[in-house]
Design a protein around this ligand. Structure first.
Ligand code: TXA
Ligand code: MG
Length: 319
């Protein structure tokens, strides 16, 4: 689907109304959608993904007005963020209403919502006329899909339909911001940077790692996540060649084309964070397919715009 096709969208909407599962493209990664108001349908998502019931899912709607029935109230702060960033890769955590089934929120007091910026996702949401619960369309803890082929690799036979609109434009998941706390708290760094958020709403709490101890605020921030099937290690540029000799046939994500590695599958990565994000999962999926023994990733620079990439790489390394 280069553009929304009405016959296809009608079929997808019928599957969703019947309680089925439809994978669809968003601007970040492909999502696995179900009717968010139907507890049985939403439970099928968890079953298909092998996702722990303690990890809540994001609810997708076509416009900010459609958030109202899902939450106790829409605070002014949410409206300001929505006006600036929706449709787009920002998920907002708000106090949930009674209408949202427990399975969607993992029985918690909040619900995460966003309006995705993809013409097919928006057309599907309009056609079905329901909010769609949709985590990334991959098996739990695995790499998120940026193409329909990636969805099928993990979920073929477990879902009803996938809408194929080619590769996604963003490549990494949305930023998750909890605005039920003061200050708002970054639960997952993503395509909207903390600086973008702070420019609009002032200081936010940036500690997002589950590693800090205490209760896990966003269960999806469990340590191992977003991981390729192949073991992955991040290394400094100066250690790449040495590491490559120690891990058999390696796949390497490097910035420098002058890198001299024998027997390695080398992928040159773009030097700016946004382009790197678009390519990261795609490249890791390719390394899995190439069946290398180990993936080595040259450590990207520090800095706000690389925050989400460092976060995903750190968790991809956990075994
Ligand atoms: O870009 C994205 O966000 C993609 C596309 C499909 O929209 N979706 C996605 O969903 O990445 P998922 O389920 O793979 O990740 C959702 C994250 C998890 O870290 C989850 O724990 C967190 O959002 N989350 C969802 N609901 C929450 C809630 N009520 N409170 C705190 N965290 C929540
Ligand atoms: Mg996910």
């Amino acid at each position: 689907l280069a553009q929304p096709d009405h016959t296809v969208l009608r079929e997808a909407a019928a599957v969703l109304r019947g309680g089925g599962l439809v994978a669809f493209p968003t601007e970040t990664v492909y999502g696995l959608g179900a009717n968010a108001l139907d507890a049985d349908a939403a439970a099928r998502i968890f079953h298909a993904k092998g996702r722990p019931g303690t990890n809540p899912v994001i609810v997708h709607v076509h416009e900010v007005g459609a958030v109202t029935p899902l939450v106790r109230q829409v605070p002014g702060l949410a409206l300001r963020l929505a006006e600036r960033f929706w449709p787009g890769p920002l998920s907002l955590v708000l106090p949930r209403s009674e209408r949202v089934p427990d399975v969607v929120t993992a029985s918690g007091p909040t619900v995460a919502v966003r309006v995705p910026a993809h013409p097919v996702a928006l057309a599907l949401l309009r056609e079905v006329g329901l909010p769609l619960a949709a985590p990334s369309a991959n098996r739990s803890t695995c790499l998120s899909p940026t193409r329909a082929e990636h969805v099928l690799r993990g979920l073929d036979g477990r879902i009803d339909l996938v809408l194929d609109a080619g590769p996604t434009s963003g490549g990494l998941e949305s930023t998750v911001l909890d605005i039920t706390t003061t200050p708002p708290r970054l639960l997952r760094p993503g395509l909207v940077s903390p600086a973008d958020l702070e420019a609009l709403v002032g200081p936010i709490e940036r500690r997002h790692s589950g590693a800090e101890g205490g209760p896990v605020r966003s269960p999806g921030l469990l340590e191992r996540h977003y991981a390729p099937g192949t073991p992955l290690l991040c290394v400094y540029r100066q250690d790449l060649e040495d590491a490559a000799t120690r891990y058999g046939r390696v796949g390497v994500l490097a910035f420098d084309e002058n890198i001299a590695l024998e027997r390695a599958v080398v992928e040159l990565m773009p030097p700016d964070a946004a382009s790197y994000a678009v390519r990261l999962y795609e490249t890791l999926h390719r390394m899995d397919e190439a069946k290398v023994d180990h993936i080595l990733v040259e450590l990207p620079p520090e800095g706000d715009e690389w925050l989400a990439i460092h976060d995903r790489l750190r968790r991809a390394q956990q075994r």
